[in-house]
Design a protein around this ligand. Structure first.
Ligand code: 13P
Length: 342
């Protein structure tokens, strides 16, 4: 695949008013999400849930791509159409999570590094044959001020792995989503989140350049700059939007076509409002959109509850949420839209 083709896919992923649905929870993670609602995590239930989301009528208006998990990319919709084919027929790009999760960093204390590079070239080849057009790799950067986290060592190792993955993806014909996630669940204030995110993204772009990744054929998936969940001082929505924008202008070259945020445990409403406030200050050099998991799925999962009788209602909820998030991607969202037309 040529650099022009990769750039075209990246542009499609972040096209105006559209964003990415992250439905790539590993079996361990989806089992946790199901467990909280007493839904049994069988292969068929996982398939039926993903089918509910992906076959939501009209979702393609808001969703440009869906990140799938290894199990899901091999599964099919109720009528037997493989999920990647079904997505493509709706004009949605199929994507695939290719990292194998984060593991303890050697000779460190409780920090993480993401694994999955060994054999990745061959796995990419297989995923391309299954219909994938883009991929995701998530690096986990933990803030713990008492322990001095993150260390430079952890930032460097994770940035290096992200860039190795990015280069392998582009070589094999997939657009890499580069996801350096600074976790939002610490006790730190917004200033610390800003400093750590700045350092992390600067290192990531240094590694991407060193490893020859073409910035025109990638999408950045960062955290927002936000107060830690455990902090006693919570920054306002406007401050989150302003600090996040300020940071992105310092770190992200204009060659990057788009930035698709993760929601990282923010409620759906809050994640939507933050994105909206950033886009209200646009236009920016890059598209600013979403690649939310929980913020797009939580309400739909609670409605579905593991029962085929709830599919239509869950799809209505999923569609409504996606439409509001899409509005935020164009800076046209307002809180009263939450209850309008429901
Ligand atoms: P959340 O939006 O739930 O953080 O998930 C996005 C994601 O894909 C994390 O890797």
């Amino acid at each position: 695949m040529s650099a022009t083709d990769l750039a075209a896919i990246a542009q499609t992923m972040v096209a105006r008013g559209r964003g990415v649905l992250a439905a790539d929870e590993s079996n361990a993670t989806i089992t946790k999400r199901f467990g909280a609602l007493d839904i049994e995590s069988t292969e068929e239930n996982r398939r039926a849930y993903r089918d509910t989301l992906l076959s939501t009528p009209g979702i393609e208006e808001f969703i440009s791509g869906v990140i799938l998990y290894d199990e899901t990319i091999r599964q099919s919709s109720a009528d037997g159409t493989p999920f990647p084919k079904m997505l493509e027929s709706k004009g949605i790009l199929p994507g695939i999570k290719v990292d194998t999760g984060s593991k303890p960093l050697a000779l460190d204390n409780d920090e993480q590094v993401t694994e999955g590079l060994d054999g990745l070239r061959e796995r990419i080849e297989e995923y391309v044959s299954l219909g994938a057009k883009f991929a995701k790799w998530r690096a986990v950067i933990i803030i713990d001020e008492e322990k001095g986290f993150p260390s430079d060592y952890a930032i460097r190792c994770n940035a290096h792995a992200l860039a190795r993955y990015g280069a392998l993806c582009q070589e094999g014909g997939l657009v890499p989503i580069i996801e350096p996630e600074v976790m939002m669940d610490g006790a730190n204030d917004i200033d610390t989140c800003y400093d750590v995110t700045l350092k992390t993204q600067q290192r990531v772009f240094l590694e991407l350049a060193a490893q020859r990744v073409d910035l025109r054929g990638m999408v950045l998936k960062p955290n927002m700059v936000i107060s830690g969940k455990g902090s006693s001082t919570q920054a306002s929505a406007q401050e989150v939007a302003d600090r996040t924008l300020d940071l992105l202008y310092r770190t992200v070259p204009a060659a990057v076509p788009g930035i698709a945020f993760l929601s990282g445990g923010q409620s759906a409403e809050v994640a939507t409002e933050h994105l909206d406030l950033m886009n209200k200050q646009g236009p920016h050099p890059w598209a600013l959109t979403f690649s939310y998991g929980r913020a797009l799925q939580d309400a739909a999962l609670r409605t579905w509850k593991g029962s085929s009788e709830n599919v239509a209602e869950a799809q209505k909820v999923a569609s409504h949420r996606a439409s509001l998030t899409s509005a935020a991607a164009t800076g046209t969202y307002s809180r009263d839209m939450e209850t309008a037309g429901v």
